[in-house]
Design a protein around this ligand. Structure first.
Ligand SMILES: O=C(O)[C@H](O)[C@@H](O)[C@H](O)[C@H](O)COP(=O)(O)O
Length: 247
């Protein structure tokens, strides 16, 4: 179990076990928080099995849906009904079945451009948080769920991109992604993602092993810089686990 402020790696057997481990940790965090809960979800394909699990009777009955608010760590600047839209996948997998609509906070992409979408989401986060500055003693999120891309990006923070260095803005636009899908993005910045009780990376499959080896060796890239002010946990399945973590 990770200690506060440290990173730990938890290895499980396969993607199904990974989804269960993530669902159990998220549910535990939600139940432990007796009040309003904020979960920031990752985009991409990795969390799909986890999201679908949250809609099953086991988790659906354990989660106090009226107290939980769902945010997204980054969004592709495409319409809400576009298959590339990250929040669309979460809505279809579980949010539309389980969460009160007012508790679902998408990055709105019906704005003039990605910069306007970023400004609006930053304003929504500040309003939800109740302040314009993040206080390290009062995290914005209970859980931040993240993935890792083949180049070491996380959310839409790509290596060498200015957005990685941003420390003042909570949400920022990325004019053009250099990995699929090549569309403008809107992403939370590292300080905003760090404002959480637990940051949980979820990665599975042999295709992730190479980049995970570099990240967990500490090579400087966005996925390495992303760190919770609380616990940071890497949830991996055996296929993704780097050699030097294998017993
Ligand atoms: O919008 C996105 O694409 C995600 O936020 C991105 O950071 C994703 O988490 C990684 O690229 C891993 O993607 P997979 O889970 O599909 O491997």
């Amino acid at each position: 179990m990770a200690k506060t402020g440290q990173t730990s790696v938890i290895a499980v057997s396969d993607p199904a076990a990974l989804a269960k481990a993530a669902a159990d940790r998220i549910t535990a965090r939600i139940v432990a928080n007796g009040g309003r809960v904020a979960i920031c979800m990752s985009g991409g394909s990795s969390p799909k099995q986890l999201f679908e699990l949250l809609a099953t009777d086991t988790y659906r009955s354990r989660i106090p849906w009226d107290r939980v608010h769902w945010f997204i760590g980054d969004e592709r600047f495409v319409p809400a009904d576009n298959p590339l839209n990250n929040m669309r996948m979460a809505r279809q997998a579980f949010l539309d079945k389980c969460a009160p609509p007012a508790n679902v906070h998408p990055i709105l992409t019906d704005t003039a451009d990605a910069e306007e979408a970023a400004r609006r989401y930053e304003s929504e986060l500040k309003s939800f948080y109740g302040a314009d500055r993040l206080d390290s003693t009062r995290p914005l999120f209970d859980v931040v769920l993240l993935g890792v891309g083949p180049d070491g990006h996380t959310a839409s923070l790509f290596p060498e991109y200015p957005a990685v260095e941003e420390t003042q803005r909570w949400v920022i636009e990325v004019p053009k992604a250099h990995v699929e899908p090549f569309v403008p993005r809107v992403t939370l910045t590292l300080p905003t993602l760090a404002s959480c009780r637990e940051m949980m990376f979820e990665a599975s499959g042999a295709g992730k092993r190479a980049i995970l080896t570099r990240v967990l060796d500490g090579e400087d890239m966005p996925a390495t810089r992303a760190r919770s002010q609380g616990e940071t946990v890497w949830l991996l399945d055996k296929a993704a686990l780097p050699e030097n973590f294998r017993a």
